[in-house]
Design a protein around this ligand. Structure first.
Ligand code: SF4
Length: 424
């Protein structure tokens, strides 16, 4: 998934910052720190630990205040706590699950991409996008966060899909991306206004932890952000969408559609081989009807692949009459595909055909393309590029699959492993 923006900021050369001091990225995950992250604890859990370990329960509030509102990243920095308690906390928990974080700025400082190293060495990304006040619109600061390290879905236009699946993130690892961005904003007298689960991974395949994270983000005693300011994106995990609908929360559902026709969507979003596009849209329609919240559909526009008049017309038929909004986003180039983004005049023509069916459409542009702000791009680059022969084979496979899809043939490829209903 990809952070995007309607802003027309011209690209600028990014600051060159050596990521993690140019230390080589580990080729595989190392041992994981087993101490739970403080932000991922359920309400009451820290009080119970304090009591069980002979400390007054009010100390829990001091720790949680530091975690959610303070600048501290280690217990040693919480000076209101007795030294012995700081040591005991450090033995039992982590105040920050991001072992290291480095930031790349671009778009004149409007986009900040954070590359986070986890305790086992895996890399994940979050992207902070600043939107200055414009007309009646207030200033906004939107954070795009990851829910998994890697992703099993394997969309061929996505750098995270190229990385493959590593593991689900812990609740604290999801929330600490937010705390990291908030600390940077607060230092400038600002705060986060929106959070989107559109970074690395498929959020609905780590749904229990994503829901626990949203609960913490909503909770006034913890982060305190209204559900309407949170967007959860999915590539089409139908049981997960139904589960969200049953819960009825008021956050926004975004569906990464990319194609309205099954043969093409089988290739662009391999999860379509398990849950075809009609089922995905039916579940999203039910979500809109139940929650009264408009569903956003995202389409990454790929030149000559999913941007034809026939694709626009199929999309119009699929969504006509729905409580829906379509975002069209020209694709970021990634190494292992032969594809390029659709030229803007073609995107505009596509948009007009869909609008003619009464569907709201916005054309958006990727933020920070020159620093690889498409999800997983920076982590993929840092993890090392695949060899030219591997890239060539992937390209040939993608060309063959998309040619068959454009002839209307359904994919014979299997459903990607690791995309079962899982925690959905
Ligand atoms: S589901 Fe999102 S993160 Fe996963 S491969 Fe597809 S676009 Fe990338």
């Amino acid at each position: 998934m990809t952070p995007e923006t309607p802003a027309e900021t011209p690209p600028e050369k990014p600051a060159i910052i050596p990521l993690f001091g140019l230390r080589p990225a580990p080729s595989a995950a190392g041992p994981r720190d087993q101490r739970p992250g403080i932000s991922g604890l359920a309400p009451g859990e820290l009080e119970a630990w304090m009591t069980a370990n002979g400390h007054p329960a009010f100390r829990a509030r001091q720790v949680l205040d530091a975690a959610w509102r303070g600048k501290q990243t280690t217990f040693a920095e919480i000076h209101t706590l007795p030294p012995a308690l700081r040591d005991a906390l450090d033995a039992a928990f982590r105040l920050d699950t991001m072992a290291e974080t480095e930031i790349l700025e671009t778009d004149g400082g409007l986009t900040e991409k954070a590359l986070h190293r986890l305790s086992d060495g895996l890399l994940i990304e979050s992207v902070l996008m600043h939107y200055p006040a414009r007309g009646a619109n207030r200033e906004r600061h939107t954070l795009c966060i990851s829910s998994q390290a890697g992703c099993a879905v394997g969309c061929p236009f996505c750098a995270t899909g190229e990385l493959g699946m590593e593991r689900d993130l812990e609740i604290a690892e999801i929330l600490d991306q937010v705390r990291n961005a908030q600390r940077r904003l607060v230092a400038d007298g600002k705060h986060l206004t929106n959070i989107v689960f559109m970074g690395m991974g498929e959020p609905l395949l780590n749904l229990d932890r994503v829901l626990a994270s949203i609960e913490a983000l909503n909770d006034k005693a913890r982060f305190g952000l209204g559900a309407r300011h949170i967007t959860v994106s999915t590539s089409g995990v139908v049981p997960g969408i139904r589960r969200l609908t049953a819960l009825g929360p008021q956050f926004t559902l975004a569906v990464s559609l990319h194609a309205a026709r099954n043969p093409l969507r089988d290739v662009l979003v391999p999860l379509n081989r398990r849950w075809p596009v009609e089922e995905v849209v039916a579940a999203a329609r039910e979500h809109a009807a139940t929650t009264g919240r408009r569903v956003t559909y995202e389409l990454t526009m790929i030149d000559g692949i999913n941007d034809t008049d026939a694709d626009a017309d199929a999309l119009a038929v699929l969504l006509r009459g729905d409580l829906a909004h379509v975002n069209l986003i020209p694709m970021n180039q990634v190494a292992h595909t032969p594809w390029t983004g659709t030229p803007i005049p073609v995107v505009e023509r596509f948009a007009e055909r869909v609008r003619a069916a009464g569907i709201a459409v916005t054309i958006r542009f990727n933020r920070g393309t020159e620093i690889g702000a498409a999800c997983g791009q920076l982590a993929a680059e840092h993890a090392g590029q695949p060899t030219p022969i591997v890239v060539q084979r992937r390209r040939e496979r993608i060309v063959a699959q998309s040619a068959a899809a454009l002839r209307g043939e359904r994919s014979l490829e299997p459903v990607p492993a690791g995309t079962g209903e899982g925690s959905a």
